[in-house]
Design a protein around this ligand. Structure first.
Ligand code: HEM
Length: 436
């Protein structure tokens, strides 16, 4: 299973990154406590394309610069998503996953795990739904959902956990309405998503205590099977009785003249049902944290709501809720003067690219005047986030509706951040606020 590479077999100290930094990059807790932020800063300055060798992991390149992350994301022929695990996986979990699937490194096969020729065909099935002109048609319905969530916020009368009371439920309801999941099933979708993305977060995982890699792979498989079973029933219902939702499109999808398989359909539902809210929830909460930390920001946005779009873009840069995705090289190549060998694995560090001093002035400041804001939280190239226009629009609408009611906001205790090397962000944000 382990793919030895040129770089892996010919150690070169100046290429290797210090072990403590490499360890931080594979440790879920480090993404919650700021260790990876420090590691990224050091790497950008001292070893922007370094090589991580760690016991228990296949070695991988660590991509910390905006320019490199962007170039790799745009070259989908040279940098593949399907050959090796697309999310960071230790060797033992990878081996167990391949035993379960009969050889594939992917327990689920969705758009993010596909390469050409399949990827563009599968992406095209739903792409139209997420293009700006179509997303715009949803604006009135989404504003209605936003207003209900603003009412929930107002009902807290000045003290709330913004994550629990607003940020979790709002994007969840938006994407589930588009997908066609009944409202009463939303808590189940939320729980399954948290179990998948928070598989190693002590508060979100399905299994308490330390897990062996084998147990982790089995647990992930069980969560994915639950998604597949749930959406299998939805598919059946849509084939019998079509509705105007995304489930109908997936249930009846045809690729190369054949209906797509159950595995691909389950993967499709799962990526939309998970990627479509967790990322947006944590970014929505991060935007509120920025307001709590910068009273001037609230005053500026209230005086000029046309700046809310820029505020959301900066919150997306600041939050970078997708921490890493992995790629593998299809050919020998060179990047930043370093030789990448065919089969080498690469870690894309989105948060680091979003703090790149060569692209962002004062990157550790939350600023509204980044025009254009070159944040790269949505990735780029063929796999660029399908839901980026929806995510931006729903967050903008929520703050357009919410801010007129808020005179002031400040923190009210410790925030907590979920622990994951893949997708993580605020899981609590206690605040006190005054009504305007
Ligand atoms: C892909 C981030 C919201 C659906 C991606 C990728 C990133 C990302 C980085 C690229 C993966 C890669 O290059 O391999 C985000 C962020 C969001 C967000 C930061 C919110 C702030 C959403 C929403 C949806 C969504 C609301 C709703 C449907 C998807 C899908 C893909 C994707 C389906 C796979 C695209 C492909 O591989 O072709 N997202 N996402 N995302 N995202 Fe998002």
């Amino acid at each position: 299973m382990t793919q030895q590479t040129t770089a892996a077999t010919s150690p070169a100290l100046e290429i290797d990154i210090p072990e403590n930094l490499a360890r931080a990059l594979v440790t879920p807790r480090s993404y919650a406590n700021g260790e990876t932020t420090d590691a990224h800063r050091w790497l950008r300055a001292n070893n922007p394309l370094g090589f991580a060798r760690l016991e228990g992991f296949d070695p991988f390149w660590v991509v910390t610069k905006h320019e490199d992350l962007s170039a790799i994301s745009r070259n989908n022929k040279l940098f593949l998503s399907g050959e090796k695990p697309t999310t960071l996986t230790d060797r033992a979990t990878d081996e167990r996953a391949r035993e379960i699937t009969g050889g594939s490194p992917h327990l689920v096969r969705s758009l993010v795990q596909m390469d050409a020729p399949d990827h563009p065909k599968y992406r095209a099935l739903t792409q139209g739904w997420f293009m700006p002109q179509n997303v715009k048609k949803l604006e009135a319905a989404i504003r209605g959902i936003a207003r209900k969530n603003v009412q929930k916020f107002l009902d807290t009368n000045g003290t709330c956990d913004f994550v629990k009371d607003v940020a979790l439920g709002y994007p969840l309801h938006v994407i589930m309405s588009i997908l066609g999941v009944p409202e009463q099933d939303e808590p189940r979708m939320l729980k399954l998503t948290q179990e998948l993305f928070g598989a190693r977060d002590p508060e979100q995982t399905r299994v308490m205590g330390e897990m062996t890699p084998q147990q982790l792979a089995m647990m992930l498989k069980m969560v994915l099977d639950d998604f597949a079973t749930y959406f299998g029933a939805i598919s059946e219902a849509r084939r019998k009785e079509p509705k105007d939702d995304l489930a109908r499109v997936i249930a009846n999808a045809i690729v190369d003249g054949e209906p797509i398989s159950d595995r691909e359909a389950a993967g499709y539902y799962t990526i939309v049902a998970t990627a479509g809210h967790d990322t947006t929830s944590t970014t929505t909460a991060t935007a509120m944290a920025a307001l709590a930390d910068n009273p001037e920001l609230l005053r500026t946005l209230k005086a000029d709501p046309s700046k809310i779009g820029a505020f959301i873009d900066e919150a997306i840069r600041w939050a970078a809720p997708v921490k890493t995705f992995m790629r593998s090289a299809s050919e020998d190549t060179e990047l930043r003067g370093r030789k990448i060998a065919k089969g080498d694995w690469l870690m894309l560090c989105y948060e680091s690219a979003n703090r790149d001093e060569d692209v962002f002035e004062t990157p550790y400041e939350f600023r509204l005047d980044r025009t254009p804001n070159r944040q790269i939280s949505f990735g780029g190239g063929g796999h660029v986030c399908l839901g980026q226009h929806l995510a931006r629009m729903e967050m903008r609408i929520l703050y357009e509706e919410l801010l007129p009611y808020v005179a002031s906001v400040r923190r009210n205790g410790e925030q907590r951040i979920s622990e994951s090397t893949f997708v993580c962000g605020l899981k609590t944000l206690p605040i006190v606020w005054e009504r305007d």
